[in-house]
Design a protein around this ligand. Structure first.
Ligand code: ZN
Length: 310
């Protein structure tokens, strides 16, 4: 199979408990997070980003990440991922026993400074320090490290992000110790032909280490962009149940790609996800109850309920 053949099975990685909740208006109680993550795993999601190890005064919604990780680790077969922007956070993540750490590196200098208070180059150095911590951990406690290349398709603060910057940073992250690199459309500015072009350019530079895409639906293009990436051979897609989330440091950015809609599209294409769409949609009830007033997005869920009503 050529490296660019579309996958017959894809990994849908849920980021709602991290990316979604960090931008929610209310703080979800830990008990509801546990129920939500349990329901997501029971629906067949095999990888969930359950929180982040950042300063709790900066992101109070995720202050209970260690507790949430401890619960998620009890769910059989689940890859438990967290976000950690620096060595201090990664130390806590490794101590908590996570399987995977995503280290954000922004391709936009303006976004990098606003989001993590570091230049892109300093973020790469943070990733190098995190990889060293991982390598020093005892066997069986060495998480996979993914470099999450945010604002790869454009930035609301900086405007266009040169593709050369994205490729250069992807190479630098792999050189610094990232096992995988994901491309994030943090602000939802990407379009399908841009996705194809950038996937090809980054793959030419780092090959199979380009693993996935993280798309936002700010302008309604998340599914079109996911399809474009899939056609280029990308096999991992981040999604957030009900499209929860956005980015507080990227003004104007709204929700993540809707997990249910990604699953629905891939099933229609005959691509396996291992996920039970009905059970996934049912898990939205936990969000509705635990985050009153929060907007729940998603066409697949609305279409289902309309069909049931008709
Ligand atoms: Zn996101």
């Amino acid at each position: 199979m050529s490296a660019t053949a579309p996958a017959s099975r894809v990994l849908i990685s849920e980021v709602g408990p991290r990316d979604g909740l960090q931008n929610a208006h209310a703080i979800m109680p830990t008990e509801a997070k546990r129920r939500w993550i349990t329901a997501l795993a029971a629906a067949g999601l095999s990888e969930i980003e359950v929180g982040s190890f950042v300063r709790p005064d900066r992101v109070p919604q995720l202050a209970d990440t260690a507790e949430v990780v401890a619960h998620a680790l009890t769910l059989p077969g689940l890859t438990v991922a967290v976000l950690a922007p620096n060595a201090r956070g990664a130390e806590r993540a490794i101590a908590a026993g996570v399987h995977k750490i995503t280290v954000p590196v922004s391709a936009s200098r303006a976004h990098a400074l606003a989001n993590v208070g570091m230049t892109p180059e300093q973020s790469v150095e943070a990733l190098r320090a995190i990889a060293a911590l991982r390598d020093a951990a005892p066997e069986g406690h060495r998480p996979t490290i993914e470099g999450g290349l945010s604002t790869a398709f454009g930035c609301t603060l900086q405007g266009a992000v040169p593709e050369d910057d994205v490729v250069r940073l992807a190479v630098a992250m792999v050189e610094a110790g990232a096992d995988e690199v994901g491309l994030s459309d943090t602000t939802g500015m990407g379009n399908p032909s841009q996705v194809k072009r950038l996937v090809r350019a980054v793959r030419a530079a780092i090959g199979h280490r380009l693993s996935g895409v993280h798309l936002h639906d700010t302008r309604g293009l998340a599914l079109a962009n996911a399809f474009a990436a899939w056609e280029e051979g990308i096999g991992t897609f981040d999604g957030s149940l009900a499209g929860l989330g956005g980015c507080p440091f990227a003004p104007g950015a709204s929700g993540n790609a809707v997990t249910e809609d990604l699953v629905s599209m891939f099933h229609d294409l005959g691509v396996a996800t291992g996920i039970d769409l009905d059970r996934l949609i049912a898990a939205r009830a936990i969000l509705a109850e635990a985050l009153p007033g929060e907007a729940l997005h998603g066409a697949a869920a609305k279409w289902r309920s309309a069909r049931v009503a008709a």
